[in-house]
Design a protein around this ligand. Sequence first.
Ligand code: HAM
Length: 424
Amino acid sequence: MAQFHRIKGTHDILPQDARKWRYVEGVVQEVMQRYNFSEIRTPIFEETALFARGIGQLTDIVSKEMYTFLDRGEKSLTLKPEGTAPVIRAFIEHNLGEKKPVHKLYYISPMFRQENPQAGRLRQFHQFGAELIGSPAPEADVETIALAVDIYERFGLKQFTLKINSVGDAACRVPYKEQLQAFLRPRLDKLCRSCQERFEKNPLRILDCKEEGCREQTAEAPRITDHLCEACHHHFEAVKTLLNRLEIAFEVDHRLVRGLDYYTRTAFEIISGSLGAQNALGGGGRYDLLAEELGGKPTPSVGFAAGIERLLMVLEKENLLPEFQEGPDVFIATLGEAAKTWAIPAARRLRRQGFKVDYDFMGRSLKAQMKEANRSGARFALIVGDNELQAGEVVLRDLATSEQETVAMDTIDEMLRQRTASQS
Ligand code: HAM
């Protein structure tokens, strides 16, 4: 019979990896909470139009990467390719804006994009992200940037670079776009096919193209930061000043445009030197017009999202993952039927006391059970045979030191509590 395989670009997270994920998620949650962000969970799928309108029809994500399907009612649904549009949809739907002016929300969630899989680029991947909804202030931009940086620093990451840019707003982007098109028009035939397609509707994205030929052609292109309106200019200056005040190092990258159309003013990315071609650990920016685009009231907002698989690649590479001790506290090894019968309720009782307990399910010999106890990484083995049972005793063996002693059955809890407390 043919076997089934996981879908290309998806991963199984096996137990030895799942604990790394739990660690990463725990640290992310801890730092998010210190910044007073609250968790939000939105569904895995949404109406397709939410993403088409929110992210932009012409983006790579919407035009070719979404997992879109019709449900049985012929409604077009899409597995979420990103988290910002769903969070803003939920914000509007639940009238959160009426409850208080600023909402700070975070999420950890799988996302889906039908990209060509390669190292660091998957079809089901996971992001943690944060959205600060409701404030136009540059302090809000810096709050989300500092949050992202602090998460990476909390993991011990050192080799990462924060890149920032301003992509202006609706007012200054239109005249800049025209200037950029005027500059690019005579160079059009030297640009790659995708950039030629971007020329009319989304010329700013051409600046972001990674093709060497396109980069050469755009090296002298007018910079958007030289064409910002007064308000956008002040905003960008304030963001830079605040970052300096927090001693957060950054580079201004005039080419940084980002692949989603909702951005206004600040755009940023965090790049790791430890990753290959897919070197963006995370990115984000301000999106002051998105809420209106999705049918809500004007709600200036800013946020970021970051790939967990990419973070894990860096943590592995830079040796920053802690040692995990995941074995049980106690493995109960038995000899004889009576002892086996005793073991099952004893295990349950100890588990209810808070100990992590395991025992044999394969009817193995005592020797094989002890081997299993060692392999499981257990701290202690409780060894019980018919003789011990009759005497109301068990042998408690420390599997690290191989020291063992005989203890009265009714003192097991207390003994274990003392031993595990002194070891942890
Ligand atoms: P994004 O730049 O599309 O932004 O994705 C953020 C991060 O998700 C990337 O920097 C990368 O680490 C990870 N990522 C994206 N695509 C993949 C993939 N195919 N495989 C593995 N990792 C991937 C957003 O999604 C915006 N929603 C960020 C944001 C939030 N802007 C404002 N608020």
